[in-house]
Design a protein around this ligand. Structure first.
Ligand code: C2E
Ligand code: MG
Ligand code: MG
Length: 411
């Protein structure tokens, strides 16, 4: 068995910031094991519930939970049998972690089986469960849930209903950050970044509301709003920059949804834009781990020519094999590596390797978070062609972007 078959021990010891999940449910008939696990998970969720009977599972899922920890060996019904019986509603289930005292081979097979049945399996834990194995699992779940880094933080300022109302009521708008060619400063594309013009609090960045929206059924509506607005703007901006491309951040769950794919393709047709003028960005953490074949919507979009970027590259847990199987057109180097470039030889080695890997995969490489001339030069020396960051421009409103493209404002 490979060392980290399902990402169990990778990144052990990762620091978890605050309480990240709302509710974790443990299904384990062994009260002592359940109690120990509960104590380990308690710092990472507002609520951890233990179920002893399989019959209680469906109700717990319907009530809402972020993560389900399932013991594979229970006298009443074994874990895989239980999953098989719930397979028709697998999509309604939260991510699952399988736990077992059985050997690694069996655990790995169970993980494959659960994925084949349509469940999202976040990982596996071998009993006795070690504290160091729990933290990375929670962090992965949290990242996937928000589509972002846990460290990004969420400061839910408003309740979900209010955020959904803002989306429907037209209080959200887009800013655009240019992606420039490092050698020439020419703008090749722009990344759309959503903002909330809050009537009382002023302009809010995504950290204040996107996770809330996405956790409460607003992910697809948000993505459709952003795509539609971004394509409308792109249509008019192309009069100034005919080859301009727009990138849109999309929650990975939305990429699975074929209805989203259809809406995107319709929107491109309505604006007479080539599919390659749109690039969808998803985090590595969000789209790997599942079989690429289950990303139906994404495949449809890629086949039509829409591009896919892996955002915050290098911070997730993708294996080379998973990356190789994903139809990636762009890799965005996370700013945590980029910012350290001129001061850290280690960071230079890593960034150099990621640039080489991107090139080898035939993907465009874009460095994020370029704030200084030193970092820009270091990237150029490593052969990176494209980048974005405050050195070139902060996220701009569309009117300012238009002036920049007309050449009346410097980038
Ligand atoms: P991201 O996609 O990685 O976007 C880059 C973030 O880095 C943006 O923050 C941008 O303003 C910021 N940034 C750009 N250049 C620099 C720099 O030189 N230095 C520093 N320190 N920061 C820089 P923002 O706009 O707050 O967005 C945060 C995250 O929220 C984004 O990260 C993206 O993942 C998410 N997001 C933004 N718009 C959307 C959206 O429409 N839908 C979804 N689902 N997520 C979105
Ligand atoms: Mg992005
Ligand atoms: Mg990023």
């Amino acid at each position: 068995m490979p060392a980290h078959p399902v990402g169990v021990a990778a990144g052990a010891g990762t620091r978890i910031l605050g309480s990240l999940l709302s509710r974790i449910v443990i299904l384990d008939d062994d009260p002592i094991a359940a109690k120990v696990l509960r104590a380990m998970l308690a710092p990472h969720a507002s609520r951890v519930d233990v179920l002893e009977r399989t019959a209680e599972l469906r109700t717990a899922v319907d009530e809402g939970c972020d993560l389900l920890i399932l013991d594979l060996l229970m006298p009443e019904m074994d874990g895989t049998e239980l999953l098989r019986s719930h397979a028709p509603s697998a999509r309604a289930f939260p991510p699952i972690v399988l736990v077992s005292g059985l050997d690694d081979g069996i655990l790995e097979t169970a993980v494959h089986l659960a994925r084949k049945l349509g469940f999202r399996v976040e990982g596996a834990l071998r009993k006795p469960v070690a504290l160091a194995d729990v933290a990375p699992l929670i962090e992965r779940t949290s990242r996937r849930r928000t589509g972002r880094h846990a460290s990004y933080g969420t400061l839910a300022l408003e309740p979900p209903e209010r955020v959904l109302e803002a989306l429907r009521g037209g209080e959200l708008f887009l800013r655009y950050q240019p992606q420039v060619e490092l050698d020439t400063g020419r703008i090749e594309g722009v990344e759309a970044l959503v903002r909330w013009q809050h009537p009382r609090l002023g302009e809010l960045t995504p950290a204040a509301f996107v996770a809330t929206l996405e956790a409460h059924g607003g992910a697809r509506d948000l993505a459709e709003f952003v795509v539609s607005r971004a394509l409308a703007d792109l249509h008019s901006l192309r009069a100034l920059a005919p080859q301009l491309r727009v990138s849109v951040n999309v929650h990975p769950d939305v990429l699975r949804d074929e209805r989203f794919a259809d809406r995107v393709l319709d929107a491109l047709r309505e604006r007479s834009l080539p599919p390659a003028a749109l690039c969808l960005e998803a985090t590595e953490t969000g789209i790997v781990g599942d079989e690429p074949e289950t990303l139906h919507g994404l495949l449809k979009l890629r086949m039509a020519g829409v591009e896919l970027a892996i955002d915050d590259f290098g911070t997730g847990h993708a294996t080379l094999h998973e990356l190789w199987r994903l139809p990636v057109s762009e890799i965005k180097l996370d700013r945590s590596f980029v910012a350290a470039l001129h001061s850290s030889a280690k960071s230079r080695t890593l960034v150099g390797a990621m640039i080489g890997m991107g090139g080898g995969l035939g993907a465009r490489v874009v460095a994020e978070g370029i704030e200084t001339h030193d970092v820009r030069s270091a990237l150029q020396a490593l052969g990176c062609r494209l980048g974005q960051g405050y050195l070139f421009a902060r996220p701009l409103d569309v009117a300012t972007l238009r002036q920049v493209l007309m050449g009346t404002l410097p980038v």
